[in-house]
Design a binder for this molecule. Structure first.
Ligand code: GLA
Ligand code: ZN
Length: 682
């Protein structure tokens, strides 16, 4: 069996979150659900996510009868089950009896009962109660033939500042630093007389009430919160896994999530999955949101370097964005096939049936309040179900990325915390997207990695704003370039070490030699302000042109690097704006400001052509993307049109059209929001 198959079957699964616990008083509806699922081509559901109050209505009194009934019904209809542990939301009895489980805010306020993901992940009582219910679930269902995976909790997130967490934080710090002397040095605590002389003096950061200026403290609290959440999740995994070690575990991640470092978190999971809710029809530029979403899919695949699951998406609209725009016809198919193109092997929606009441009654769902599938949305979901059934061969295949983008969460925390040079916003994700987008629109596959990931398998590594250089990253970049790799760095890189202490002896610190520059100062521009950057034939015939820089301007001196473009405004006119350093067998570029799209278009084209990276489109077509997955013998090409106009793509060679089941060659026309999945032998 292909070890890359998430659920052990050569199938692209299709399904949703299913919340039958909300409908136990409506047996006729539960009865109808299964027939409708078959009609929609749904063959997998996540259940039990928020079911604790129905499973343990009173402390120690359990009722599994309804879940037994639902799982049997699903099984009888061939629908697979991803069984959730219910720790995402607590029953009221638990909070009332054991208030220590309630989360404490940064302002040291204990939350009331209500909502979800607002418990203390340190609380021994909470961990014990979760263990009891999880053990019961595992005893009962771990070997059920319908159950294919565990779904641990739901969307872990947030920080707790309660006394239990303060103690755990101090334990974490003792382990990390060993002595207060080391901690004081790492946190530069002599500043403002903030030296710690006893571990008990350490408190988690609090913007309104206490400490938030010690950057090392802020950073370590985020690291601690990642570790603590992982520890909680691991405890859940360790409870359920022994009952059936073959059942994979996951927990659902979120869009470029800030609270935790997912590169750490993914280590304890068997596969990754995420909940994707892009604002498809809010932006004027349809390519922007398409490549932003693609970048997130690539991150989810890269976390474990294998196929992932789209655990949630909406089939029509959300109800929690400022604007609840409907997905236009075609968009449901297009967005789901985009996920498959980037490595998803199961496509699941939130949720099966709209809740009748409470806060998600107007959130999109497969079954609307009308109760059948003969709706615009229902018909498209059915169509998608049919298409996914024809893509079985794609399951377990790989995306072959020769390029990587470094997007590092710990770096992002440190960047935002830095207090200067631009507190008005550093736009880190947007700058990453600037570069990603140029690769995406050429159909170049990209892994989204962080500073801890290996670099050697790539030909091109683009690493914008690596302000914080963690561990041996600098050394590994040197080796990568020395051995022939092409590396792209930008302004505000190589400034602090992993404790957030500035590098002494000249920026960009450990990257100085490989980039061949000294970064002396950085100028901050206002929102919308631009500086002129020029390149001429003497500097670089290829980059010849006039461009605009924005955001930040590093003022650098080339040491061994060659200048390819210069600033043409302000007092730094004539200084280097783009450099290239030949280092060993490779090249390292430095882009000193946020350059405009015409520069990025030129620059990335030169890189892609120079390295002869595999491109799935011979030239960019506005609004269109093409991505491929590969088996040993076949290529599967996914083409999507994110624009409101029909687009024509010229195919090189002959393909089999897996959606329409016919051969194709020559020109392929895609309708607005249309998509195609083609295969050809390798
Ligand atoms: C999240 C949650 C779901 C649901 C959706 C709504 O992803 O996991 O339970 O609330 O949001 O978009
Ligand atoms: Zn706590």
């Amino acid at each position: 069996m292909n070890p890359q198959l998430v659920f052990g079957e050569s199938k692209i699964f299709h399904g949703c979150d299913y919340n039958p616990e909300q409908w136990l008083d409506y047996p006729e509806i539960l009865e109808k659900d299964l027939a409708l699922m078959q009609e929609a081509g749904c063959n997998i559901v996540s259940i039990g996510i928020f079911s604790w109050a129905k499973l343990e209505p009173e402390e120690g009194k359990f009722d599994f009868s309804w879940l037994d009934m639902i799982i049997e019904k699903l099984h009888a209809h061939g629908v697979k089950v991803i069984l959730a542990t219910p720790s995402g939301a607590r029953p009221a009895w638990l909070d009332l009896k054991y208030p220590e489980v309630l989360r404490m805010t940064e302002d040291r306020q204990t939350r009331l009962h209500g909502h979800r993901q607002n418990h203390c992940l340190t609380s021994p009582v909470y961990r014990e109660k979760v263990k009891i219910i999880n053990t019961k679930l595992a005893e009962r269902y771990a070997h059920h033939p319908a159950v294919v995976s565990w779904h641990i909790s739901n969307e872990f997130g947030g920080y707790c500042h309660c006394p239990l967490c303060q103690k755990a934080f101090r334990r974490f710090l003792k382990e990390r630093y060993g002595t207060l002397e080391k901690l004081n040095h790492a946190w530069w605590s002599t500043f403002w007389s903030h030296t710690y002389t006893d571990w008990d003096q350490i408190e988690s950061p609090s913007k309104n009430l206490g400490e938030w200026c010690v950057h090392g403290l802020n950073l370590d609290f985020r690291r601690f919160s990642t570790a603590q959440c992982m520890d909680f999740c691991k405890a859940e995994i360790d409870t359920v896994k022994p009952f059936n070690p073959d059942l994979p575990v996951t927990t659902n991640f979120m869009e470029f999530f800030y609270d935790y470092d997912y590169f750490e978190f993914a280590k304890i999971l068997d596969y990754t999955c995420w909940d994707s809710y892009p604002e498809w029809h809010v932006y004027e530029d349809p390519e922007y949101i398409a490549s932003y979403t693609a970048m997130n899919h690539d991150l989810m695949r890269s976390l474990k370097q294998k196929p992932f699951v789209l655990m949630e998406h909406t089939v029509s609209c959300t109800n929690w964005r400022p604007l609840s725009r409907l997905k236009k016809p075609g968009m449901e198919k297009l967005s789901c096939l985009q996920a498959v193109a980037h490595g998803a092997d199961s496509i699941q929606g939130f949720q099966w049936r709209k809740s009748r009441g409470s806060s998600e009654k107007f959130h999109g769902a497969i079954i609307d309040h009308v109760g059948h599938l003969n709706t615009r949305v229902g018909r498209e979901v059915k169509e998608l179900g049919g298409i996914l059934q024809r893509l079985g061969e794609v399951a377990g295949t790989e995306v072959r990325a020769q390029a990587a983008l470094v997007l590092d969460t710990q770096n992002r925390w440190a960047l935002d915390d830095a207090q200067g040079p631009r507190n008005a916003g550093l736009h880190y994700l947007e700058v990453c997207l600037d570069y990603y987008h140029e690769l995406w629109r050429r159909g170049v596959a990209v892994d989204v990695i962080d500073e801890t990931c290996p670099l050697d398998k790539y030909k091109l590594v683009i690493a914008p704003m690596t302000y914080m250089i963690r561990g041996d990253y600098g050394q590994r970049v040197e080796n990568f370039v020395k051995n022939g790799g092409v590396y792209v760095s930008t302004f505000w890189s190589g400034i602090v070490d992993e404790n957030d202490l500035c590098f002494l002896g000249g920026f960009p610190g450990p990257l100085r030699q490989v980039l061949g520059i000294w970064d002396e100062e950085i100028e901050c521009l206002d929102e919308g302000e631009q500086v002129k950057v020029i390149s001429d034939t003497a500097l670089s015939p290829e980059l010849w042109g006039s461009y605009q820089g924005s955001l930040l301007c590093a003022l650098v001196h080339p040491e061994s690097a060659q200048t390819l473009a210069q600033y043409d405004s302000d007092f730094y006119r004539g200084m280097s704006a783009v450099t290239r350093n030949i280092y060993g067998m490779g090249r390292a570029y430095y882009v000193a400001t946020r350059l405009d799209r015409s520069f990025l278009d030129n620059f990335v084209r030169i890189l892609v052509d120079g390295l002869d990276l595999t491109r799935e489109l011979s030239h960019p077509i506005a609004g269109v993307s093409a991505m491929a997955r590969y088996s040993d013998t076949k290529k599967f090409l996914f083409i999507g049109n994110y624009s409101a106009e029909a687009k024509t793509v010229g195919l090189k060679g002959e393909y089999y059209d897996l959606i329409n089941e016919q051969t194709r060659s020559g020109n392929l026309t895609l309708m607005p929001y249309g998509s195609a999945v083609l295969s050809c032998p390798l």
